[in-house]
Design a protein around this ligand. Structure first.
Ligand code: RB5
Length: 149
């Protein structure tokens, strides 16, 4: 049985957290699909968010981590894609709730807002927390209907 893969993509504003996130993805027992960017040269966050959601849509990854300066740009970009539930999280509690209540498949972080230690803990929580289902299934189904309209 193959291990699950977590894709990661960042812009220059998120690059400072990239290596820490990769280490935590591996520590949680997943393979990593690294989609860049690889330095601090300015790039456009939408290009990297779209790389990641395209990879998930193609079945190359099971979940994703996106990082830009605030986490806002990548979350807006990723959520334009059907089937993506990208959650902008800022602590361990929001990382857990994004999974338990929202069944988020992508976690977005702010490289200029979230300390590295917090981000490390958040990645571990996000990747180990299950969706609760129940009443939250109904709410997520409504999101999918909106995308289909
Ligand atoms: C880049 O300077 C910055 O705008 C970007 O990383 C992100 O924060 C956008 O939402």
């Amino acid at each position: 049985m193959s291990r699950k893969t977590v894709a990661i993509a960042v812009d220059h504003g998120g690059h400072s957290l990239k290596q820490a996130c990769i280490e935590e993805i591996r520590r949680a027992g997943f393979d990593v699909l690294d989609l860049g960017t690889d330095g601090i040269e300015p790039v456009d966050y939408a290009d990297f968010a779209f790389r990641l959601v395209d990879a998930l849509a193609a079945g190359q990854g099971d979940a994703g981590i996106l990082v830009c300066g605030t986490g806002i740009g990548v979350s807006i970009a990723a959520n334009r894609h059907p089937g993506i539930r990208a959650a902008l999280c800022y602590d361990e509690e929001t990382a857990a709730l994004a999974r338990r209540h929202n069944d988020a498949n992508v976690m977005c972080l702010g490289g200029r807002k979230t300390p590295e230690g917090t981000a490390r803990a958040m990645v571990g929580v996000f990747l180990s927390t299950e969706f609760e289902g129940g009443r939250h299934e109904r709410r997520i189904a409504k999101l999918e209907r909106c995308q289909a309209a």
